[in-house]
Structure formats: C-alpha cells, structure tokens
Design a protein around this ligand. Structure first.
Ligand SMILES: Cc1cc2nc3c(=O)[nH]c(=O)nc-3n(C[C@H](O)[C@H](O)[C@H](O)COP(=O)(O)OP(=O)(O)OC[C@H]3O[C@@H](n4cnc5c(N)ncnc54)[C@H](O)[C@@H]3O)c2cc1C
Length: 459
C-alpha cells in the first residue's frame, strides 16, 4: 500500500467538496480531493438543478465562468405551486431571482476550478475506510485496484448523503451528531426531458403535491429542457417513483412526444443540520452533514457555504497546530447561526406535514386565499389585500376551512415555534462547553412540537 501525505484530504467532488478544496488550496495548503467517479462521469448527480441564492456562492472560484458555462436559465422569477383541487399559488421571488443549471456542466466546472486554484483532484478513487488513532488521521482508498493511504491533518467529509466515512469513524467521546437514521432522508428521482414546444413556465420553478408527503417538480433548464422529478420522505411507505412520474407526465400536454435525455435517483437528507459536524481531525459538509432545506430539498447553496467555512476553519486550526474538536468548533457555529437556523425551522414544518395526510393539507391550502398563504409562508406577494379584501378573505377563510380549524391552530403554533427555534439556533454556543445546555433548550422546544402535532419523534 502506498502512502500520500497532505494537509487536508477532501472526500467527494460535489459542490461541498469542490468549495472546500478550492478554499484550502487558495489559502496555500496542500489538498487532495478524492472522487470515486471517473473524470467523464464526475458532476453527474441526481438533482433538480434549481439554485436559489446563487449570488451567495463563496468567492473562491471564478463565479462568472461557472455562470457562463452552466446557468442555462437565469430567468426564474417565481415559484408556482400547483393545487390539484383549486387555484394555483404564485410566489414571486423578491430580490434574488433563481436559476436552473445544466447540472453536469456545473459539477464539471466546479471540479475544474478546484483544480485550477491548486487542489489535486484525483478521480476514480473510492474511499473505503478512515484511519484514526485518537483523532482522524486520514483515509484509505482504492485507485485502479491498489490501496492508498492518505494521511492528513484534517479530513473533510464531503461524500454526500449516507457518507461511508461516518460508518467507519469512531465518534465515541466526541460531540459529533450520530443521531442519524434513514427515515430522516428523502428518496428522490428525476428525469431531464426535452419537450417539442416551449413550456409556458420557463420563468418559474413548479411544485405539485403527491401522496406520502412528497411533491413533484418541473424545473425548466431552458424553455424546452425540463428537469422533472419527485421524492418521498422515508418515514412513509415507499412510492414507485418512476411509475408515479411517468403517469403524471402522461397527463401533461407539454410532455407529449417528449424525449427523456437522462434519468437518475438518490437519497437526500430532509432533516435539521447535524448538531455538531466536527470530531478531532474530521469535519462533515453539505449532504454529509444534513445541510439541505428539509422542505424544498435545496442543498446546493448550503453545501457551497459549508465547504468553504469548514476549509477556512481547518486552515486556521492547522496553522495553530491544533485540529481538535474545540479548534474546529467555530465551523459548527457558523453553519448553525447562518442557514442552520432556517433549516431547523423548516424542519418543524416537515414534522408537522408528516403528521397529516397530504389530502387534508391540500384541502386547507385550497381553502385559504392565495395572498394569505403567501403571507403565512413569509413571502411578500405581488399585491397586498385592501381592507375590504382582507375582511372578505377572512370571512371566506372561516367558512371554507370549517372542519380543519384544529389543524390550522396547530399550524399556527408550529409557526410560532419555528420563530422560537431560529432564536435558539442564533444562540448556538461559541464554545463546546455550553453545547449540552444548548441541546437541552432546543430539545425542550422539540418536545412541544411533538406534543402539538402528535408526530413521532424524528430525532
Ligand atoms: C433528486 C434530487 C433533486 C435535488 N434537487 C435540488 C435542487 O433543485 N436544488 C438544490 O439546491 N438541491 C437539490 N438537491 C440536493 C443537492 O443535490 C445536494 O444537496 C447537493 O448536491 C449536495 O452536495 P454535496 O457536495 O454535499 O454532495 P454530492 O453532490 O452528493 O457529492 C458527493 C460526492 O462524493 C462522491 N463520493 C461519495 N462517496 C465517495 C467515496 N466513498 N469515495 C470517493 N468519493 C465519494 C460522490 O461521487 C459525489 O461526487 C437534490 C437532490 C436530489 C437527490
């Protein structure tokens, strides 16, 4: 077995891994990025290809180049929620419009950029094990049939959902979050489809509810190339994703005579971010640390930021000669007080949803005036209701939602708790010493959520 020694080893060449490797290399460190796929296949990832918050990508790669090469539709201005039982809901985006990308090219450019700024990108390298002795000291991988040991001060785990590194690492005595089970994940599948005629919604990302707390999506990469897919939460009985998608597409006229260009499925975390994603010499980023919005499944911006922050903190820790948990802790705090608090709040809606039938939730959505739903979702709509409009809407709502008032009251309580949990996450401790106290405070709020919703505890 050969041995290679680096400052940092990054496992996984997705969004999180590329941003981590590029950041470390930009800071002058010797970093290798290990990716199991071949150079031709790398970047081919099951995804809806939609990016919200694209302007927040860390500035360690050439973002203009990334955009020019892979952002095929930058004209996304709204989210359209298809309501099978009533009026559709249109939610216009405010400042930052979204984009849909050619995901393969996007992934390739990130890898090329990591390489350009100095990371050593090694393809066809499958990581099989972790090397540890009190701390994580490296990983073991196979390249072309040969075992290679990679030694490093810090290993960054960017190996995606259900990362093998977490099965192999002994986290005993660390704060690393091991309260992770498969039912906190979603199983998802998507096809990239070429339509004969341009679709009408080339400025929108479109969602439609399915059974089992899932949704279908149609995201236009261009006006004739649509990423269509669906997923279900794995605490529900499985649904035949391929068949359900096929049936749905057959009913939609825009997909008549369309051709399928690509098909792929994967699991993604639909849970709150890991409470702690660091252990001595070890950090997890992106899907490997639950950095995905648990209601929309959007994980690209979080993965980019997390990869960048983890590498920044690792660079500093290596310079100080201490890569212990305390030295890496700042990374946890950066995540939790930024997008972590939002995702933890969204997780409460995911839990609320899992305790109700999709049918009932659709009935409620149908009964509420569109403007009121937009307000509930915390978005500013295109128009605001006038006073007479408000009174009319209130009266209509009271009549139409009869039979669902208990659920609406529950939704309101969950919404209040979602605000409270954001404050708790904003107070995420800067030191590991206060971690237990912080967790107790957060868990007390979660007890209230389970009591109000009747949902089975998710954690
Ligand atoms: C069907 C689907 C649709 C989605 N839609 C959207 C969307 O529209 N918008 C959005 O923002 N997010 C979406 N997401 C989520 C988003 O794709 C992920 O959150 C994001 O890709 C996470 O990036 P990552 O770098 O953490 O992981 P990944 O992109 O999964 O990268 C992990 C990498 O690690 C490599 N790897 C794994 N194991 C090993 C190993 N043992 N050795 C070496 N390499 C290894 C893999 O080959 C892969 O390249 C979707 C996810 C799915 C499954």
């Amino acid at each position: 077995m050969t041995t290679e020694t680096r400052d940092i080893i990054v496992v996984g060449g997705g969004t999180a891994g590329c941003f981590a490797a590029a950041t470390a290399a930009q800071n002058g460190l010797d970093v290798a990025l290990l990716e199991r796929k071949s150079e031709d296949d790398a970047g081919h990832i099951a995804c809806g290809d939609a990016i919200k918050g694209k302007s927040t990508f860390p500035d360690v790669i050439d973002r203009d180049h990334l955009r020019a090469e892979s952002f095929t539709n930058e004209n996304i201005r709204r989210a359209l929620f298809v309501n099978p039982k009533g009026d559709n809901i249109d939610v216009p985006f405010q400042d930052d419009s979204g984009a849909v990308v050619d995901r393969k090219r996007y992934g390739e450019v990130l890898l090329e950029e990591a390489d350009r700024v100095g990371a050593d990108v090694q393809y066809n390298t499958v990581v099989k094990d972790v090397v540890q002795n009190g701390k994580v000291n490296g990983v073991e991988g196979i390249y072309d049939g040969d075992y290679i040991e990679y030694q490093a001060d810090v290993v960054i785990d960017a190996a995606g959902a259900l990362s093998i590194l977490q099965d192999k690492t002994d986290f005993e005595g660390t704060s690393y979050d091991t309260n992770v089970t498969y039912d906190q994940f979603c199983s998802a599948y998507r096809e990239v489809i070429e339509t004969k005629e341009p679709v009408e919604y080339d400025d929108a990302i479109v969602f439609k509810p399915t059974e089992e707390l899932g949704y279908l999506w149609y995201f236009p990469r261009t006006e004739t190339e649509i990423n269509a897919g669906l997923g279900f939460q794995m605490n529900k009985p499985p649904i035949p994703l391929v068949d359900v998608l096929k049936r749905d597409l057959e009913e939609r006229p825009e997909f008549e005579e369309a051709t399928v260009k690509d098909k792929l499925g994967a699991a993604l975390p639909t849970r709150r971010p890991y409470d702690s994603a660091v252990a001595p010499g070890f950090m997890s980023v992106g899907d490997a640390a639950g950095h995905v919005n648990p209601t929309t499944g959007g994980g690209i911006p979080g993965a980019a930021k997390a990869g960048h922050w983890a590498a920044e903190v690792a660079v500093e820790a290596i310079a100080d000669g201490d890569v212990g948990e305390r030295a890496l802790w700042e990374y946890n705090q950066r995540v939790q007080t930024d997008f972590g608090k939002k995702f933890a709040a969204m997780d409460l809606y995911n839990i609320f949803g899992s305790a109700h039938e999709t049918d009932e939730l659709t009935d409620i959505v149908t009964a509420l005036p569109g403007q009121m739903l937009i307000d509930i979702m915390g978005k500013k709509g295109e128009t605001s209701l006038s006073l007479p409009g408000k009174i009319k809407a209130a009266v209509t709502t009271v009549i139409n939602t009869r039979g669902h008032w208990g659920t609406l009251r529950e939704a309101n309580k969950v919404s209040n708790l979602a605000s409270d949990i954001k404050e708790i996450y904003a107070d995420y401790p800067s030191s590991q010493d206060e971690f237990d106290g912080w967790q107790n405070r957060r868990d007390a709020l979660m007890d209230d959520v389970y009591e109000i919703t009747g949902a089975d505890p998710k954690y």
